[in-house]
Design a protein around this ligand. Structure first.
Ligand code: B3K
Ligand code: ZN
Length: 886
């Protein structure tokens, strides 16, 4: 397979002004007629009678039936068809092209293009699925106006939807079929096209925009799911209001539709006026969805809605610019969720996610800049780097410009580029031009991969009353980028005086202090910042709010970290200080264990935990985050060679030590928060549930310790059987799943029996078993592949069972016997033939094989080699597996 490079970008030789599509949906064959109004691209050369040279249309996995140019049917000698293209050697400057193709959606297991889900028809066109529907210039810089006509059996497909507004609908004809037409007045790239047809029910609401237009809002689901749509609808309405208030952006069509489907490769898709969602991000009611699910629905509904402006009205010139829409839209959905709930709690969750997934990607074989330079398969670049690090880059611009400056930049961006397909450079230029902030050096964030590292030291001079911070930045090499230029890093900080208060901050040369928390511009490889009027040695609070996606090192002592945990005015850094302390202590214990020394957890650390647990003034949601030990994955990242078993054992040891010491407080916390209060999905109620379930988790760490554990097991089993909210049920079931108690099987069986008709709940049942730390988990996972509820063609099932095991169960997946690796490779090869995008997500779990000990390295490497050598590999899997081996 060939790599595609950003530097080779060339504008399209032809443009398409309008697209008329007619779908005839059939059980066996679906026929698509496409009528394109085309002309040679005037931006390229003065229009000539001979047109713009050869026209190469993208297309694959279809049968071409006919081609006509300006009404004349072409003879097959007048064009050529390849496996992924249709070429007309020399069309005129201006013409109508009519193409008829035939597809078999029922055989399309890739879930890209037109496919079937639960008997319904559905499309997914981003990034390159439209070319599986008809021959087209399937690239985002070709924007056209679409009219879509759909004909199908009226009984089987009573609902037929496409982008834009409904312009015509027929009654059932004599042949039992009916027809509808939709028209989208906004020019869009082909990746935003959508069609849905089938048996669907909907709930409906309206939103009145700030300027007074009424928009119809509809959420379509399969019959039986109407009772799980209210939260998605409420989230949509909040998103629409938020975008009006914060960015002045209104919705632009008369109707906005969401359709939830059970078979979907990712979370959701922002098709113009017709978002298609994975059911996971629509369906939610307290009995079936956890708090995490509710928050996920809200965030993804908002994300897809926000794309209407950041992605659809202004789209990407090419797929290298993906972060233009994704980084910006993730930033917007993060800010929305922060405004809806608790800002620090959301920030902590987002940073945890970045560290858990993006930092490893950025230091592994697949590391790439947020604007990649090349790809083999674009679907492999919908990464946490493009999305989450992309959002961090936008957040840094927001920090550098301030909220008002950022808004001015957004206004200018839309003023300049509405209706266009543009680049990341265009976005940065709008931000800089609107505010005259120099973002020249900042642009390196778009071109350089890798997580920068900041080494900071501080020196107080009591006589001179100064405090000098020395900041050194570096960035490790990444594939193709051995040497990096310094980044422009916004470093937010404060200095705490011995009482714990923020000191006024005045840099040498400044006339007066400017605030107590400020942002330094770190631009050089090494830079000093001199603060004056610093009477006593301060404790610095650095990178407040995680102001840049970097790794920060500062030689804080244990006392300083404990002090920051208790006093920092920046909530994120209070949490961070605790995590830094815990990480340090736990890594020391891993070393102790490796050296055969006995393990002991610092009593001071346990006491600090106890203080947080008992502090009635703390937000319970924040307390739950502060009392969560760094994950096994995060600890592993801090080691040169990941000690899989050592980390697992030490983390379990620390949980037991904390639970033993704080047992009574944990029980009290669980009891105080444990009543079956009426369910609410606000930040306060979510926070109380998370602290309660954190306490339960710790208590269940005592389960093996005889009498002490009995009460914990009773609490847990009681919660499992009596709780109404899925959050509480799942928390208890998750604890039981790690045990060998007889109640484990009882609970798992009961849970399945209760919920076997709710696929999303069954997914939870699969993933809880896949993530069990019990030694026999791999065998259970293999057996579950044969369970009647498991379906390898359904991405959610694969992510729950196979992904849950390989991605969420480090100690069992990385078992030294290699059985976990063999299992994953087998599944990758099965999936490769069915659904390359899903297969590729699974094979990524091998990418960091070099971080392990020689024995595990050899085992993983052998599996990657077996995969690469398999004939018929998709580009998706080939790219990840081969780059992982490089
Ligand atoms: N834009 C889609 C992702 C499409 C992924 C294609 N492989 C969802 C989103 O980011 O909103
Ligand atoms: Zn997106």
């Amino acid at each position: 397979p060939q790599a595609i490079h950003l530097k080779d970008y060339a504008p399209p030789p032809y443009l398409i002004d309008t697209v008329d599509l007619a779908f005839d949906l059939g059980e066996d064959v679906t026929r698509v007629q496409s009528k394109l109004a085309m002309r040679s691209n005037p931006a390229l050369a003065p229009a000539s009678a001979t047109g713009g040279g050869p026209l190469v249309l993208d297309g694959q996995d279809m049968r071409l039936v006919s081609v006509a140019l300006d009404g004349r049917a072409l003879d097959p000698s007048e064009y050529s068809v390849g496996p992924d293209s249709l070429t007309l050697p020399n069309p005129p400057a201006d013409f109508i092209l009519e193409i008829v193709t035939e597809l078999r959606p029922q055989e399309n297991t890739s879930l890209s293009g037109l496919y079937r889900t639960s008997g319904n028809f559905c499309t997914q066109c981003e990034a390159e699925g439209f070319r599986k529907i008809t021959y087209f210039l399937d690239r985002p810089d070709v924007m056209a106006r679409y009219r879509t006509t759909i004909t199908a059996d009226a009984m089987r497909y009573p609902v037929m939807l496409s982008n834009g507004n409904l312009v015509a609908a027929s009654k059932m004809e004599a042949d039992g079929r009916h027809t509808v037409s939709w028209e989208d007045p906004f020019a869009k790239p082909s990746y935003l096209f959508a069609l849905v047809a089938g048996v669907l029910v909907h709930i409906e609401d309206t939103h009145v925009t700030k300027s007074g237009r009424t928009v119809a809002l509809r959420i379509y689901v399969e019959p039986g799911n109407q009772d799980k749509c209210d939260h998605a609808m409420a989230s949509l309405k909040k998103s629409m209001t938020w975008d009006e208030e914060v960015y002045g952006l209104e919705y632009d069509l008369d109707i906005f539709m969401i359709v939830a489907v059970g078979d979907f490769n990712m979370g959701a898709m922002e098709n113009k006026g017709l978002n298609v969602f994975n059911t996971k991000y629509v369906l939610a009611k307290p009995e079936t969805a956890t708090d995490t699910d509710f928050l996920g629905v809200e965030a993804v509904v908002a994300h897809e809605y926000f794309h209407n402006w950041t992605g659809n009205r202004v789209t990407c010139r090419d797929w290298f610019q993906l972060s233009l829409k994704e980084g910006l839209t993730v930033f917007r959905d993060q800010e929305f969720s922060s405004d809806m709930h608790s800002r620090p709690v959301k920030r902590i969750a987002d940073v945890q996610r970045l560290r858990a997934a993006q930092f490893p990607e950025d230091s592994g074989p697949m590391a790439h800049p947020i604007r990649p330079d090349s790809y083999i398969e674009i679907n492999n670049f919908y990464t946490t780097t493009v999305y989450e690090k992309g959002a961090e880059v936008v957040r840094m611009i927001h920090t550098l410009l301030g909220a008002d400056g950022f808004r001015k930049g957004m206004d200018l961006y839309f003023q300049r580029h509405d209706g266009q397909a543009v680049t990341c450079d265009d976005f940065v230029a709008a931000m800089a031009d609107a505010t005259s902030v120099d973002l020249g050096q900042f642009r390196r964030w778009y071109s350089q991969a890798g997580t920068p590292e900041l080494d900071v030291t501080g020196a107080h001079d009591a006589a001179a009353r100064t405090y000098r911070l020395t900041v050194r930045q570096s960035c490790p090499p990444t594939p193709g980028q051995p040497v990096k230029q310094p980044f422009h890093i916004p470093l937010a900080l404060g200095l705490l005086d011995p009482s714990g208060a923020d000191m006024p901050l005045r840099l040498a040369g400044e006339a007066a202090p400017a605030g107590t928390s400020r942002v330094l511009d770190v631009m050089e490889a090494e830079q000093v910042f001199d603060f004056v009027d610093v009477a006593e040695a301060p404790v610095p609070s650095l990178l407040r709010g995680f102001s840049a996606p970097v790794k920060l090192r500062f030689p804080h002592g244990v006392d300083d970290l404990t002090f920051l945990m208790a006093n920092d005015s920046d909530a994120f850094n209070r949490w961070e200080a605790g995590q830094t302390l815990a990480t340090r202590l736990m890594l020391d214990l891993v070393a102790d264990r490796a050296a055969g020394r006995p393990l002991e957890l610092s009593p001071g650390f346990i006491a600090a935990f106890g203080k947080i647990l008992k502090d009635p003034t703390l937000d319970p949601a924040f307390a739950a985050q502060a009392l969560t030990l760094p994950s096994e994955g995060y600890l592993g990242q801090q080691m040169p060679v990941i000690d899989v078993d050592g980390i697992h054992e030490v983390r379990a040891f620390c949980r037991r030590a904390i639970a033993t010491a704080l047992r009574d407080d944990l029980i009290a916390t669980h009891r105080a928060l444990g009543g079956n209060e009426p369910f609410a999905i606000d930040a306060a109620a979510i926070g109380r549930r998370s602290l309660k379930n954190l306490a339960l988790g710790y208590l269940m760490a005592l389960e093996e310790s005889g009498r002490e554990g009995t009460e914990a097991v009773e609490l847990c089993v009681g919660q499992f059987h009596n709780a109404h909210a899925m959050t509480d049920v799942i928390a208890a079931l998750g604890c039981l799943a790690d045990t060998d108690l007889p109640q484990r099987e009882v609970a798992l069986r009961r849970f399945y029996d209760l919920w076997k008709d709710e696929p999303l709940v069954v997914d939870k049942w699969f993933s809880i078993q896949a993530m069990s730390e019990r030694p026999g988990t791999l065998e259970e996972v293999k057996a579950l592949l044969g369970h009647p509820a498991f379906e390898i063609r359904n991405p959610n099932k694969v992510y729950a069972l196979i992904g849950g095991f390989a991605g969420g169960n480090p100690v069992r997946f990385h078992d030294i016997g290699g059985g976990g690796y063999r299992f994953l490779a087998d599944q990758v090869l099965t999936l490769n033939a069915l659904n390359p995008q899903v297969a590729s997500r699974m094979v990524k779990m091998f990418a960091r094989w070099r971080k392990y000990d020689p024995r595990r390295q050899a085992l993983m490497r052998a599996e990657l080699e077996r995969i690469v050598q398999t004939p018929g590999l998709s580009r998706d899997v080939f790219e990840i597996a081969s780059k992982s081996l490089e």
